[in-house]
Design a binder for this molecule. Structure first.
Ligand SMILES: *Cc1c(COP(=O)(O)O)cnc(C)c1O
Length: 420
């Protein structure tokens, strides 16, 4: 479903014109659709039917409080990877009992905070982390429910920077060592082993890598039960891909859920899934304005007011994003390079892209930026962080305002010997 449609040549989000928001907010800005968030969540939810599934939205994909709160109200839990994210999830109303904590480098302070809040589970990734958690929990008089994140050594067939389930990646316990580490866990105070988890990567568009990994982990659970462990939870991670070029969505949530049921339901475990990108990716656009149209020697450039610091995915992951004019009232198309103002050639959103010819002052939209967009923004070149706007039917609200220059520069302090 596309919630960013054209009406009479003008792009709308649900029932608001993008150009009207731009007039009020200024550019660039991120724009999200509430209906899209709900649609994606419900697709997932319905796909699993009556299977016992806890959906834990991977908040790192988009941590805006209004976005997390939207999912909290739908009943979602959260997958967090830092104390900061856990604080965000709690503040947005997700109960600690629906929060799982992932990540390879949980610190003592982060563990203590999560335990004190009553976190549902830690997904433990290494033996040193296991010992550390045992120590912290014992000191606080708590018991940490844990799963081990298994590294199943499968190729997720996605971009190398977001592939996480190969043996050479830093993530998880090598699957050949899982029995041993589970035995260790059973002997430690403050630790209760409740299950296994995995997360093999992101933007995965085939079922096979998931299925291979899920079969491996199911086999492991059976072995662990034979070893005498009581395994009640299975966390399958996130990673489901989304369309970036207007292609068909693959795999469909229904196909994914059907495979999950086929491969793991005989275990009778509570299933946890941690979708991030799938829930928010297509729900957001980045609206930007053309500053100059520049004719180079070989290329024509649309120089826009958004930059790589606002959306780093094209320069960091060579990501493809559809870019369209907010006003599509005529059918002409021309080839442009679409670039930002930052002083790096890497600050390029697209090269040789066929789009509606535009002039200085025209608005364009970079699509499918709801995930790993605003959260990865920085103030490089002392550019202000982009505001975020959420639409709900006919209403819209600024859910993160554009900071002032004083806000940014005021974060610095002069060293005492320079401030005399
Ligand atoms: C990033 C991450 C996710 C979410 O991944 P998506 O591809 O956005 O669905 C889920 N679980 C863990 C452990 C992660 O690191």
């Amino acid at each position: 479903m596309n919630f960013f449609e054209y009406r009479d040549g003008e792009m709308t989000v649900e029932n608001v014109k993008v150009a009207d928001i731009a007039k009020q907010v200024g550019t660039p800005f991120y724009l999200y659709s509430s209906a899209s968030l709900a649609y994606q969540y419900n697709q997932f939810k319905e796909a699993f039917g009556d299977l016992d599934v806890l959906i834990c939205y991977a908040v790192k994909a988009n941590t805006n409080q209004s976005v997390i709160k939207s999912f909290a109200e739908m009943g979602s839990g959260a997958d967090v990877v830092s104390e900061g994210e856990m604080r965000r999830a709690l503040l947005a109303g997700i109960p600690a009992k629906k929060i799982v904590y992932s990540g390879v480098a949980k610190t003592v302070d982060e563990m203590a905070f999560a335990l004190e809040q009553g976190i549902y589970q830690f997904n433990v990734e290494s033996e040193p982390e296991l010992y550390q958690l045992s120590e912290v929990a014992t000191r606080l008089g708590k018991v940490a429910d844990i799963t081990f994140r298994v590294n199943p050594d499968v190729d997720a067939k996605t971009h190398a920077k977001i592939s996480t389930g190969k043996s050479e990646n830093k993530f998880g316990v090598p699957w050949v060592n899982v029995r041993e580490i589970c035995a260790t866990a059973a002997s430690l105070s403050g630790i209760k082993l409740v299950g296994l988890d995995l997360h093999i990567g992101s933007q995965i568009t085939e079922l096979d890598p998931f299925e291979e990994a899920f079969k491996r982990i199911s086999g492991l659970i059976e072995t662990l039960r034979e070893d005498g462990h009581e395994i009640t939870r299975l966390d399958l991670g996130g990673g489901l891909g989304i369309p970036y070029q207007g292609e068909e969505l693959t795999p469909l949530p229904a196909e994914y859920a059907e495979m999950v049921k086929r491969v793991v339901s005989h275990l009778g475990c509570q299933i946890i899934i941690e979708p991030g990108r799938f829930l928010v990716g297509n729900a957001g656009i980045l609206v930007s304005k053309v500053v100059y149209v520049k004719k180079g020697q070989e290329r024509k450039f649309l120089i826009v007011d958004a930059a790589m610091n606002d959306l780093v995915r094209p320069s960091m992951y060579d990501a493809y994003h559809e870019i369209v004019s907010v006003n599509e009232s005529h059918q002409d198309r021309e080839l442009f390079d679409i670039v930002g103002p930052v002083c790096e050639t890497g600050d390029t959103f697209a090269t040789n892209r066929l789009i509606t010819p535009m002039e200085s002052g025209d608005l364009l939209a970079i699509r499918s930026v709801g995930a790993y967009g605003a959260v990865m923004a920085s103030t490089y070149n002392t550019r202000r962080l982009v505001p975020e706007v959420l639409v709900n039917d006919k209403e819209f609200a600024i859910v993160r305002p554009r900071p002032t220059y004083d806000d940014i520069i005021g974060l610095d302090q002069l060293a005492p010997w320079l401030s005399k």
